[in-house]
Design a protein. Structure first.
Length: 195
């Protein structure tokens, strides 16, 4: 089965930019979040009643992407992914009251069953970045973002709890606060880790 690397972190941390920078240095298959293409994202932004549909769509979509990448013939990258969508965004939306306890339970059942069918990522690259940079990036974005910069600390707490369960051999923490636009230090560190 093909190797899978996922890049995780809060909205605005630079997951997609880092994934693109890695693809310029090495041949990777890649899967993105695709906010515009998700059918419930804009509806959820307008009305929280679409939170469950949005989350189930994202969890299924990310699982489908993983399955396809795992069956490819080159190492694969994902910005975010199934685990981040559940442990980060689903839990955040529950904390905001946009998902009920029962709806969270439904998402959790789907996530846990799916993760049993798909092996976990071979490497999780966890990005951290200063709050100031996240605030600037999210303010400048034109895409739909449900999570705001005010959510970063809570989101990070959910991610940290999940990452605590990951063996150190499958985890790489990177502070990208001082990185330039093409992430040269992080790219070098990740590629060295993959050797």
């Amino acid at each position: 089965m093909n190797k899978l690397i996922v890049i995780v972190g809060p909205s605005g941390a630079g997951k997609t930019t880092l994934a693109r920078a890695l693809c310029q240095k090495r041949d990777f298959a890649i899967a993105y979040e695709q906010h515009k293409e998700r059918p419930f994202q804009a509806l959820f932004k307008q009305d929280p009643k679409y939170a469950l549909a949005n989350q189930l769509d994202y969890l299924l979509f990310r699982a489908e992407q993983e399955f396809k990448l795992r069956n490819g013939n080159v190492p694969a990258l994902m910005d975010g992914g199934l685990d981040l969508d559940f442990h980060g965004f689903t839990r955040l939306f529950h904390a905001h009251g946009w998902l009920t306890d029962q709806e969270l339970g439904l998402c959790q059942r789907f996530y846990e069953h799916t993760r049993c069918l798909l092996p976990p990522p071979d490497l999780i690259v966890s990005l951290s970045i200063s709050d100031e940079i996240i605030n600037q990036r999210l303010a400048a974005r034109s895409r739909i973002n449900i999570a705001s910069s005010a959510d970063t600390a809570l989101f990070n707490s959910f991610i940290a709890k999940w990452l605590d369960s990951i063996p150190a051999c499958r985890l790489l923490h990177l502070d990208v606060s001082e990185e330039s636009a093409n992430y040269p230090n992080s790219v070098r560190t990740i590629l060295e880790r993959l050797k």
